[in-house]
Design a protein around this ligand. Structure first.
Ligand code: TH1
Length: 830
């Protein structure tokens, strides 16, 4: 049963506010001023870096008045806003996005040309801020783009990591991580505010004291760091709005190091500095699995504490009556990473503001909401009581009290069902006593949402069934979305122009209008033009890959793309077994190379540095690629390309060029996926399982325009229940056996049979993600892909229908759903 009605009904102010395009002369003047006075160089002497900075400053200058106006407006109107708390924001490059939002793209190109500068070179100069791992961080970036475009007051709060997601290189086909020193040349898009720094305390102990006859607890913390805010503009698209992203950077408190310094212990003073700065030093590169590291908990508390205090002290007017807080703010928790904000909020209200516990708790339950992004049990964050008690002793007490009162309510409702009490307790006892952060978020949040229909349903029925029984109205779904500004307008300008020509300009902020393309899908001339856009995007990708990695994409190849983090549950191995099967059939002479549909396979994937199996699979992909690409038996009909360091910048080139989108996770494992949406919106057809948002994509585009394969989630459950023995699938499927035997034989490892043995034995004897069980169905679906690709015109028609029917996946729609179901924030007056 669906959780909520699908369609959002909230009226929104996404009306483009026209502003006169700035003159090229004015832009040139401002650019030269910035070059001279901010960079301190003459045009004739300037480097590309200087020019890039001066251009960025110029764009900033044009946005500034609006940003200041918006901040003032938000202070004056005191409208309810969203504080989005997220440990990750995977922003991608800023220059083009900000030019687009402020309608300066053409003016800037013309102005640079007048200065004799190739703007493309300046674009290429920008280092993308990689302050996220994958889908979760990119989702946060899409959401703040949509909120700005919809004129919803929003502050995105997070961490300004000094090093973002590592830069991936390959050495002998194996992943080697390099630090991402993205701030080396400075960052023209940020505004540091050291004067607004806050002190964040850790450690120490708690003590009780007598407060006029009432015994209260207070925290005597042990050490502190400062949190310095850096503000970033988040411009809305063509609406003159600019919201704020506020990222915190950690530094040593002066008291911390000066004392030592004055006493002459310079080394100790520096050590303190280094220790403090460590907190915002690096992004944890684990995706979908928490690393229970002390530093990570420090990061989480660091940014949550700074953000809440910032909101209460600097965003709310002085003397604001906290009882009315739910009229002003909702704190949205992006997964469990910011959940420590809950006890921090309680601590501030109760310990610092003297509020009664019950009143404070009632406010908390209205001011927080929680989004869950995964179902993998190993991915649900827990913190040991031991660690939490050492780092945040008062917060641990508060969590205990929240739990105690919650369990009393549970007893009231369900009786003394001790099994159920144990299952619902925020504190788990095994293997060691720890705090289940997802449970804490569920108890504290006004709403709990999953990120796609299937995921939200499994969340209620499988992961938190007791909670959904206890709080029947708390659970809801908001299906993820992606911003059409970055992922269509910027990434695929040729398609954007074609759409605008067919439908007019409004679709960028009203993506359901893409429906209008359905009629054009029946027009042979429109199909030809659509196909030409795809072909041009492939040529453009080919140039990028040549420049970057010396790879070539051959003309006429079906471009088959799997780009996402490397995870066993996402099943890059299934894709690889398909490739090895095609190769083996030809190499063994059973199939003629000329009978293959020419295909280029593109992989993009980073593995968490400590995830051995994922790294081995990367090695295997590269090894298969080397052999396949070099073997003349294939007559060039199969190519495997694995450009290193897949990131937002590369995604913007790869996705518009793709014909086939690989979304092949085991059913029930991928919460949503968002790459799947980007591909469909750019006219790739999906080969996918009934998982995450694939389910909704298929419902919308129709079975004829989607290649479905694999078991459904209930079928997966049933097979586990019967007993899954992967080796049986190996024995019974000739193609599968031949492909696996070929890998095991050392054919891709110079005859060494040991290199990939751990992958093979894992598949044969464990195979947690049922690669072998879904193999036959996958190969079958790929044969349907080959057959469909023979009829290019029919394929193009399907591709157009994918674009036409996926307007639902705009992050503007996601935001409308959050507003309707969770936030209840009115749009700000225009
Ligand atoms: C991802 C999910 O795996 C993906 O299916 C979903 O589309 C995306 O979130 C956005 O909702 C997740 N990323 C992480 C990262 C960490 C922990 C949990 C998840 S779930 C660090």
């Amino acid at each position: 049963t669906p959780t909520q009605p699908r369609a959002a009904t909230h009226p929104l102010a996404i009306a483009p506010v026209p502003s006169p395009p700035s003159s090229v002369d004015g832009f040139v003047k401002q650019f030269l001023l910035n070059l001279n006075f901010d960079r301190g160089v003459a045009l004739s002497e300037s480097s590309v870096t200087d020019q890039y900075f001066a251009l960025a400053y110029t764009v900033r200058d044009y946005l500034m008045a609006r940003w200041l106006e918006d901040q003032k407006r938000q202070r004056d109107t005191q409208a309810k806003g969203v504080c989005y708390l997220s440990a990750e924001y995977l922003l991608g490059r800023q220059l083009d996005n900000n030019l687009l939002a402020s309608r300066l793209t053409d003016v800037a190109s013309e102005a640079m040309a007048q200065c004799g500068i190739d703007i493309e070179a300046l674009r290429a100069e920008e280092v993308e801020p990689g302050l996220g791992n994958g889908g979760l961080g990119r989702l946060a970036a899409c959401f703040i783009d949509s909120l700005a475009t919809m004129s919803v007051p929003n502050i995105g709060y997070g961490i300004r990591y000094e090093y973002g997601i590592f830069r991936q290189t390959f050495v002998d086909g194996q992943q080697v991580e390099q630090p991402d020193a993205w701030l080396t040349y400075g960052n023209p898009w940020e505004f540091p505010h050291p004067e607004a720094a806050q002190t964040i305390w850790f450690g120490g102990y708690t003590e009780t004291y007598d407060d006029g006859g009432v015994t209260r607890s207070r925290w005597i913390p042990g050490w502190s760091v400062v949190a310095v805010p850096y503000n970033y503009m988040v411009p809305g698209y063509h609406n003159g709005r600019v919201n704020t992203l506020r990222l915190w950077s950690a530094g040593a408190t002066s008291s911390f190091d000066l004392r030592e310094f004055n006493s002459g212990d310079y080394q100790e003073a520096v050590r303190a500095q280094v220790f403090a700065e460590n907190i915002s030093k690096v992004l944890y590169p684990e995706d979908s699995t928490p690393q229970g590291k002390e530093l990570r908990l420090q990061q989480q508390y660091f940014f949550c504490a700074a953000s809440i205090r910032d909101f209460l002290d600097n965003v709310l007017p002085e003397g604001f009556d906290l009882e009315r807080l739910p009229e002003r703010v909702i704190f949205q928790l992006n997964d469990t990473h910011p959940v420590i904000a809950v006890p921090e909020f309680m601590r501030i209200l109760v310990d610092e503001r003297g509020m009664e516990w019950d009143a404070a708790w009632a406010l908390t339950q209205q001011c927080f909401a929680y989004t869950c992004h995964t179902l993998l049990p190993e991915a649900l964050e827990v913190w040991s009581v031991d660690l939490l008690g050492r780092l945040l002793p008062r917060h641990l007490e508060i969590i205990y009290r929240i739990n105690e009162e919650f369990l009393l309510e549970v007893r009231e409702k369900f009786g003394d069902d001790e099994m159920r009490i144990r299952n619902m307790s925020i504190i788990s006892e095994f293997p060691q006593r720890s705090v289940r952060m997802a449970y804490l978020a569920t108890v504290a949040g006004a709403k709990v949402n999953g990120v796609a229909e299937l995921h939200s349903q499994l969340l209620r029925d499988k992961v938190l069934p007791d909670f959904s029984e206890f709080y029947p109205d708390k659970f809801t779904n908001v299906t993820n979305g992606v911003t059409p500004r970055r992922f269509i307008r910027l990434a695929n300008p040729a398609l954007a122009d074609l759409i605008t020509e067919a439908l007019g300009a409004g679709w960028t902020v009203d993506l359901e209008r893409l429906r209008g393309l359905e009629a054009h899908a029946e027009d042979p001339e429109f199909r030809a033009r659509f196909a030409e856009v795809k072909a041009a995007n492939k040529r453009r990708l080919s140039e990028v890959l040549w420049h970057r990695d010396r790879f070539e994409v051959s003309d006429g190849h079906l471009l088959d793309v799997m780009v996402k983090r490397l995870h066993e549950y996402k099943r890059q191995m299934l894709k690889l077994l398909h490739i090895v099967t095609l190769y083996e059939r030809v190499a063994s002479g059973r199939v003629a190379a000329s009978d293959l549909t020419p295909r280029t396979f593109i992989f993009g994937a980073k593995a968490a540095p400590g995830y051995d199996m994922a790294k081995r699979i990367i090695h295997l992909i590269n090894s298969v690629g080397s052999v396949v690409n070099a073997d003349p038996v294939l007559e060039g009909r199969l190519k495997v390309l694995f450009p290193p360091n897949y990131n937002v910048t590369l995604a913007e080139r790869v996705i518009p060029a793709a014909d086939l989108s690989e979304q092949i996770s085991l059913a029930g494992k991928e919460a949503s996926g968002t790459g799947n949406m980007k591909f469909a919106l750019n006219g790739a057809l999906t080969i996918g399982t009934d998982d995450g948002a694939n389910v909704e994509i298929r419902e919308l585009v129709g079975d004829d325009n989607f290649f479905l394969f694999g078991q459904t989630e209930p079928e997966v459950e049933a097979l586990w229940a019967r007993g899954y023995r992967p080796a049986e699938f190996y024995r019974e499927n000739d193609d599968l056996r031949r492909a696996m035997d070929l890998i095991a034989s050392g054919a891709f490892s110079g005859g060494d049979r040991s290199v990939f043995e751990p992958i093979m034995s894992n598949l044969l004897y464990d195979d947690r993600f049922m690669v072998l069980a879904d193999y036959a169905s996958y190969i079958d679906a790929q044969e349907r892909v080959d057959a469909a690709y023979q009829d290019q015109d029919a394929w193009t028609r399907s591709a157009i229908l994918n674009v036409a029917r996926c307007g639902f996946f705009s992050s503007d729609r996601s935001m409308r759903d959050y507003i309707d179901r969770i936030w209840h924030t009115p749009p700000a007056p225009a």
